[in-house]
Design a protein around this ligand. Structure first.
Ligand code: IMP
Ligand code: MG
Length: 205
């Protein structure tokens, strides 16, 4: 869940001069792909009210853009979780920090997440939601890092499959920063960050 160059983190946490970001998915590609996902979701559930559940905070922009591209009846709600462990090591244990406002019983629910990494967060969420008896339960993830998966969880709707690199922007953060970037980019940390941040690409799914 973190940049790999852990040893080279600046000693002063306020010093971000050694962080470099290379654009991986430009805003136009995000927009186009989200339009496609919205179309696919509506096609799969024609005429049905859809209830989107966004996972705070990373999924806010994805949910906002996705919801506005889905025609017909759409409602949404938010949930927040945190995983135990520090910034560099996730223990895999997930804790609910904010529950939904309303019941999902009998609803067609699409869980909207920024990224599927190990899959622990989504596994936890799906187990909670399943118990609440939705009519349908699906997952939409903007990004998927399949190399990191330790669970059997898969998304029904995936925006982009990306290499095993730490990404920020369009809602995704590093220590709460960079969420406001319009593009998704690869973050590299360390003295030679700019040089190291070489090109690898994202695949449309
Ligand atoms: P998982 O439980 O390992 O699948 O992790 C999911 C959560 O970890 C995501 O919702 C993100 O908040 C965070 N995460 C995983 N990979 C990245 C990344 O590359 N950049 C930013 N956040 C990430
Ligand atoms: Mg998240």
């Amino acid at each position: 869940m973190t940049p790999t160059q852990k040893k080279e983190l600046p000693t002063n946490p306020a010093d971000h001069t050694h962080e470099s970001i290379r654009v991986l998915i430009p805003r136009e590609r995000l927009k186009k792909r989200i339009r496609e996902l919205a179309k696919k979701i509506r096609k799969d559930f024609q005429g049905e009210p859809l209830h989107l559940v966004g996972v705070l905070k990373g999924a806010v922009f994805f949910l906002a853009d996705l919801a506005r591209q889905i025609p017909g009846e759409v409602s949404f709600d938010f949930i927040a979780v945190s995983s135990y462990g520090d910034r560099t090591h996730s223990s895999g244990q997930v804790r609910l920090t904010r529950d939904l406002d309303s019941s999902i019983e009998g609803k067609t629910v699409i869980v909207v997440e920024d990224i599927l990494d190990t899959g622990m967060t989504m596994q936890y969420l799906l187990s909670i939601f399943q118990q609440r008896k939705p009519k349908h339960l699906r997952v939409a993830a903007l990004l998927d890092k399949p190399d990191r998966r330790v669970t059997a969880v898969q998304a029904d709707y995936v925006g982009f499959r990306i290499p095993n690199e730490f990404v920020v922007g369009y809602g995704l953060d590093y220590a709460e920063r960079y969420r406001n970037l319009l593009d998704v980019g690869v973050l590299t940390i360390g003295k030679a960050a700019k040089k190291k941040n070489r090109k690898k690409s994202a695949t449309d799914v």
